[in-house]
Design a protein around this ligand. Structure first.
Ligand code: C5P
Length: 305
């Protein structure tokens, strides 16, 4: 139960990044979106959003952390849009300051902006005591963006539609990952446009059955074999240097290597925690910077205070 808004001074929400373990993309729809069959996986790299009250009608954003200077602080920010969406839906005379501490790379294919939108939805609905139900939050999230509902849900889930229709994948296993981030981002719409040119008549997208078996069996070797991303080819065309990064990870013992989402973050699966530590050390030793370890699955957006 939410505390009445008059007594809440601040609300802090932690929200995870995601990988797409599978991203199968169909032909572009009339509304410009692509039908997907994807497997989302939430991982232990988090943005934090702290909401505090402001004068009615005011939505202020203050960014800090990883790539903060690259993100707009105006109403185009997904977190600001989340706050305004709640205000207009509930006709609420409210205001909010949203302090966003970023760790998820900007334009990295890990849904960092969507994560902030999801966190802002949760934070504002508690700050303003809106008593929003989970299915309503999901509707607001889907209105904000295709990846926002998954940032609320977390775990591992199949995404259909444009990614907003979610079916959780149950499993007890924890997987260990190493990522290599890039200094430059890739534009998601540009990657989808290039995909349309490269693959004008794609088949109906389908999640690989073998991946779901590997996830439920908790088998990292089998999972490594089934990682797949239709947007990898366009990402590699725009950033050919990623080919060497993926190859390096496989040579250094990764069980699978893939560009995640619309890129350019490269993701490597390790057998266990010790192997992930070893792999990240080897990749750093090759001179790659921005090498990180993370685990998944983890829960979606959660209140910290
Ligand atoms: O939904 P969201 O605003 O995050 O999508 C960003 C862009 O990514 C869209 O404008 C569209 O160009 C592309 N996209 C797509 N098909 C999807 C999801 C996103 O074409 N299923």
């Amino acid at each position: 139960m939410a505390t009445p808004s008059t007594t809440v001074e601040s609300v802090r929400v932690r929200v995870p990044a995601k990988f797409n373990l599978a991203l199968c993309v169909g032909g572009v729809r009339e509304d410009g979106y692509h039908p997907l069959a994807t497997v989302f996986h939430a991982v232990s790299l988090y943005d934090e959003v702290t909401a505090t009250p402001a004068e009615p009608g005011v939505v202020e954003i203050a960014m800090s952390g990883e790539g903060a200077g690259l993100v707009p602080e105006d109403d185009s920010n997904l977190a600001a849009r989340a706050a305004r969406l709640l205000m207009s839906h509930y006709g609420r005379e409210a205001g909010v300051r949203l302090a966003i501490r970023k760790a998820i790379p900007v334009a990295g294919g890990m849904a960092g902006g969507s994560a902030d939108g999801a966190a802002a939805l949760l934070a504002c609905s508690v700050l303003w005591d809106l008593d929003t139900q989970p299915d309503e939050l999901h509707e607001f999230a889907a209105e904000l963006g295709s990846d926002v509902p998954f940032a609320l849900l977390g775990g591992t889930a199949i995404g259909y539609g444009r990614g907003e229709q979610l079916v959780p994948v149950l499993g007890r296993s924890c997987f260990h990952w190493v990522t290599v981030m890039s200094d430059e981002g890739l534009s998601t719409p540009a990657i989808y446009r290039l995909y349309d040119e490269m693959v004008p008549h794609p088949p109906e997208p389908e999640v690989p059955h073998a991946m779901l078996q590997a996830l439920s069996a908790g088998d990292p070797e089998a999972l490594g074999q089934t990682l797949t991303n239709d947007l990898q080819a366009p990402a590699l065309q725009l950033m050919p240097e990623l080919v060497d990064v993926l190859e390096a990870g496989l040579q250094q013992g990764a069980l699978g290597a893939i560009v995640t989402g619309s890129g350019p973050t490269c993701v490597f699966l390790a057998r266990d925690e010790a192997s992930a530590i070893d792999l990240s050390g080897r990749l750093s030793g090759l001179g790659l910077t921005r090498v990180r370890r993370m685990m998944g699955p983890v829960p979606g957006a959660r209140l910290l205070s």
